[in-house]
Design a protein around this ligand. Structure first.
Ligand code: SF4
Length: 290
């Protein structure tokens, strides 16, 4: 039996950068707070907590004064930055450069077109989406599905953006639907496919990976929207796909007499967790054959 970890899975560039910067900070002091969970993965959260990272929720941020505060890869809204400055917090900003560029683009379009509709395709209340919404003084409309897009009363001109981890197929469906409201104008001026290239590339790579293995074990956290989307891709391409959060979720019967097992994960899944799962699968298979 072959057990292979998907070489394209695991932390994306933005998350890797945020985690590395945080580890470096924690090497010198353990007096750091992160606003919200640094990554949508409980296991990685627990590991960083042991290194000294504290997490503060949005409801409590008003009470935190004169401390070191880490901003995660998702970025924040201008309103949050105002609170942080007012509370004299020492900010370590790990907003992913791709997200930052998107925030700036939305801000620019909003300032140039303050009365027009700005649509953002993404998950409502997701921290990245909250940060994008804040660039429009909370005036943008968040669309979480094609069905929802159809229910919006469109006013031309409008502008469409996407959360960096959004589903490309669903985005394209929305874009195609909205094209009919363009009245012959050039769509490049109104539609901005801002899905991150590292997320976009992952779907075709994952499709291939799923087809090349008998069983797929997908490692993520229920909190991760990217994990949910990538697991849907696994299910569509390999019926024997299973979602796990850690080794304890594995079941011996999944592996039967199959020849190959593929392990993949979300942009928030640490590689060490996938390696632990690989070792546990090998143990399960060995015990089964004894
Ligand atoms: S998915 Fe892309 S944009 Fe989002 S944090 Fe990762 S690298 Fe940055």
């Amino acid at each position: 039996m072959q057990v292979e970890i998907d070489k394209y899975s695991g932390f994306c560039f933005g998350v890797t950068r945020a985690i590395k910067n945080t580890e470096n900070l924690l090497n010198n002091s353990d007096n750091f707070f992160c606003l919200g969970n640094i990554v949508h993965n409980n296991k990685e959260q627990e590991r960083l907590k042991k290194l000294g990272l504290s997490t503060i929720d949005y409801e409590d941020i008003d009470k935190l004064l004169n401390q070191n505060l880490i901003i995660r890869a998702h970025g924040e809204s201008p309103e949050i930055y105002n609170i942080l400055k007012r509370n004299n917090l020492n900010i370590f900003d790990n907003t992913c450069p791709v997200v930052l560029k998107l925030q700036q683009k939305i801000r620019k379009i909003y300032l140039q077109n303050p009365k027009n509709q700005i649509l953002i395709f993404g998950k409502k209340k997701h921290p990245e989406v909250n940060g994008l919404l804040g660039q429009t003084n909370d005036s943008a409309i968040i669309i979480s599905s094609f069905e929802e897009a159809k229910s919006i009363k469109m006013r031309f001109p409008f502008f469409l953006f996407a959360q960096t981890t959004a589903d490309l197929d669903e985005y394209l469906k929305i874009q195609n639907y909205l094209k009919k409201f363009l009245s012959g104008n050039d769509h490049e001026d109104f539609f901005f496919d801002t899905i991150c290239p590292s997320v976009k590339n992952r779907i075709p790579q994952l499709r291939e990976f799923c087809k090349n293995h008998d069983v797929i074990v997908f490692v993520s956290d229920y909190e991760s929207s990217n994990g949910k989307m990538l697991f849907d891709t696994c299910k569509k391409n390999n019926e024997s796909s299973y979602f796990v959060t850690d080794e304890k979720d594995l079941k011996t019967e999944w592996f039967g007499n199959f020849k190959s097992v593929g392990i993949s994960g979300a942009t928030s899944t640490p590689i060490w967790l996938m390696e632990n799962i690989k070792n546990e699968i090998i143990n399960l298979i060995l015990n089964q054959n004894e």
